[in-house]
Design a protein around this ligand. Structure first.
Ligand SMILES: NC(=O)c1ccc[n+]([C@@H]2O[C@H](COP(=O)([O-])OP(=O)(O)OC[C@H]3O[C@@H](n4cnc5c(N)ncnc54)[C@H](O)[C@@H]3O)[C@@H](O)[C@H]2O)c1
Length: 375
């Protein structure tokens, strides 16, 4: 575990912080990073500070998945979400948002770094170098459910041997990865899915809290995020969260303009509350044998106008012990810990757990609860 050479796909709000946090962890060397416009590669290690400075307030975010999606040169499943024209819904958007944050156009994102090279095929460019990469962290948008599974498929088809890890949120994506498990195993990929905060860190906490019980009745995950100073950098995540509100879904959220998102946020005075979210904590706990997916409930409160968390993030696991007692074990995050800390610290921790498994020859699809004590 002394040296893990890793790549980050997607250097938006999350991917940039992944690179930053990795500098505080032992044995991690970032050797490749890309966004929809470009790629930075250096097998001796990227200059992360330079890359972060160049992309500060200048991420190539947005709802669409970029030119590779519309090129038609990748394996595709059928279905309306996979329509390349639907995917390429705005690659030539405006240069600046109302707040002056550059999102698209020339020099947006990684190409603003002296290490970044423009490319039409950023992911393929990293796949071409993947023999020398031990782990790939996917911080890509998830507004098309099968985007991340299809990226995994492309690595497998190129015979990549190593770890892939995502921070996706939606329950239904896990099944799409499971459908590809044979292909991933044949290639030698250890895929760790849903390994951000929720799902991810909090799913793992629930798996640990469940160990007191022989029967788990309910898992309640309630998160609080205060995003004032991180709002500009996390518009991609906010857009995806909006898809969980009543009256919205992933298609409507993807089609919303920045102005429409601002208007919605204004209507709610900057505070959005979510209930019964489709977060993969449910299927990830079920596939680890801890409880039924229907007994897992995820909700939370997002405040984009304050850095204070609007509510404390908690995981409560209620169950019955072997000797007949009913109890609730609760795991609580300190309000001082930010969303970025709680996504990226655990994601890189799970990446290391993935590498341990990969080096031991354990291939296939693993959830965060599979990497905790068994139930
Ligand atoms: N599990 C969790 O706790 C958690 C928390 C926050 C965010 N997330 C997830 O993290 C993901 C990233 O969120 P974000 O806020 O960083 O989004 P973002 O929009 O800021 O960043 C996405 C990045 O992906 C790049 N990208 C898009 N299409 C691409 C393509 N075809 N090829 C290469 N790069 C491409 C963009 O250029 C951008 O750099 C989302 O899916 C979000 O749901 C998970």
């Amino acid at each position: 575990m002394d040296d893990i050479r890793f790549a980050v796909l997607g250097t938006g709000g999350i991917g940039r912080r992944t690179l930053e946090v990795s500098q505080h962890k032992d044995g991690l060397t970032a050797v490749a990073a890309c966004d929809r416009n470009g790629v930075a590669l250096d097998h001796d290690g990227l200059d992360v500070d330079e890359l972060l400075e160049a992309t500060e307030g200048n991420i190539a975010s947005g709802p669409q998945s970029g030119p590779e999606q519309s090129s038609g040169d990748e394996p595709r499943d059928s279905g309306p979400e996979d329509d390349p024209d639907m995917a390429a819904d705005g690659g030539t958007a405006t240069a600046e948002t109302a707040d002056g944050v550059k999102q698209h156009g020339e020099q947006a994102g990684i190409v603003a770094s002296s290490q970044g090279e423009p490319t039409e095929t950023p992911i393929d460019d990293i796949i071409a170098e993947s023999d020398a990469i031990n782990a790939v962290l996917l911080a890509l948008p998830n507004l098309e459910h099968d985007f991340i599974p299809r990226v995994a498929e492309r690595f497998a088809e190129a015979d990549y041997e190593g770890v892939m890890i995502d921070v996706l949120k939606r329950s239904r994506v896990i099944g799409m990865l499971d459908d590809r498990e044979d292909l991933l195993k044949a290639s030698g990929i250890t895929f760790v899915c849903g390994a951000g905060a929720t799902p991810g860190f909090l799913t793992g906490a629930a798996a640990l809290a469940a160990q007191s019980f022989v029967e788990v009745e309910e898992v309640e995950i309630w998160w609080g995020v205060g995003l004032k100073s991180g709002y500009e950098d996390n518009r991609g995540t906010v857009r995806e969260d909006i898809a969980h509100l009543d009256g919205y879904d992933i298609e409507t959220a993807r089609e919303m303009s920045e102005a429409e998102i601002e208007a919605l946020i204004d209507e709610h005075d900057g505070v959005l509350e979510f209930h019964d979210m489709e977060h993969a904590d449910d299927v990830l706990l079920e596939r680890a044998g801890i409880c039924d997916a229907e007994d897992v409930h995820v909700g939370g409160v997002l405040d984009v106008r304050s850095d204070e968390k609007p509510t404390t993030t908690t995981v409560s696991v209620t169950g019955t012990t072997f000797d007949g007692e009913t109890g609730t074990n609760t795991f609580e995050l300190d309000d001082a810990t930010s969303m970025e800390a709680n996504v990226n610290g655990p994601a890189l921790g799970y990446l290391k757990a993935g590498v341990r498994n990969n080096r031991a020859g354990h291939y296939g699809v693993f959830g965060p609860a599979d990497l905790m004590p068994g139930f």
